[in-house]
Design a protein around this ligand. Structure first.
Ligand code: PEP
Length: 242
């Protein structure tokens, strides 16, 4: 399937820097063999969506609330994100799970809210280093999938080992392939043909230097890129490797 390369800009940059980065990504996005998505912070979604309007690069957010509206100070709803020009939303990122105590049940409710609003959720799963060392990685990921995805899931799954995010470390190619095969089997068992068609992204210290090998692995249908997505040339190099 056509790969998706998604950039998670996290909490970086000024409004001006976000627009400059968006324009540079857009300028280099033509003719690639991958779909591109950039996910700026909430405040930067509208100007980045404006910069990407009519072009090949989709825009997403990094979180949403499970409710459509209400007394939720500081939160942003899925319909608001659509209204602001987003088409995708990252949900259940390990930094949200760790910083905000998001459980699988919370992530599932957010995924449902995103789907109801017409957004494509990018649902993140992945084990901690302790869980991997204990031999629990596959079981943890299977459980996260079971509990974070609703029965009507239609979206993207991102496998992001927590210990690989922002560390410069990655699992071996064998380990990535093994987990992605587990994720595929889990999705197919639950969703049938839709599970076969679901994109499974790898995330965690993906860089131009390792992207080609990782993206060539079976059941790796793209990447969720953090640090390297903040440099347009690196992000585009990863996309070119897909
Ligand atoms: C991420 O946080 O989604 C991520 C993959 O970060 P990095 O590429 O910096 O490891």
């Amino acid at each position: 399937m056509r790969p998706l390369i998604a950039g998670n800009w996290k909490m970086h940059g000024t409004l001006r820097e976000a627009v400059v980065l968006a324009e540079a990504v857009r300028a280099g996005a033509g003719g690639l063999g991958a779909d591109l998505l950039v996910c700026p912070p909430f405040l930067h979604v509208p100007p980045v969506a404006a910069a990407m309007a009519g072009g090949p690069v989709a825009v997403g957010a990094q979180d949403c609330h499970a409710a459509t509206k209400g007394a939720h100070t500081g939160d942003t709803s899925a319909p608001m994100l659509c209204d602001a020009g987003a088409t995708h939303v990252i949900l259940g990122h390990s930094e949200r799970r760790a910083d905000h105590g998001e459980t699988d049940a919370v992530v599932r409710a957010k995924v449902q809210a995103a789907l109801a609003a017409g957004l494509i959720p990018v649902a993140c799963v992945g084990e901690t280093e302790a869980q991997r060392l204990a031999g629990e990685a596959e079981a943890v990921v299977r459980q996260q999938l079971a509990e974070s995805l609703p029965d009507d899931f239609g979206g993207v799954v991102a496998y992001e080992p927590v210990w690989a995010i922002g560390t410069g470390r990655t699992p071996t190619e064998e380990d990535i392939a093994a987990i992605h095969a587990t994720i595929r089997a889990t999705l197919v068992a639950r969703f049938g043909p839709a599970g076969q068609a679901t994109r499974i992204l790898y995330g965690g210290s993906m860089k131009p230097g390792n992207a080609k090998a990782i993206l060539a692995l079976p059941n790796v249908d793209g990447g969720l890129v953090g640090g390297a997505s903040l440099v347009a040339a690196d992000f585009l190099a990863i996309a070119a490797a897909a």
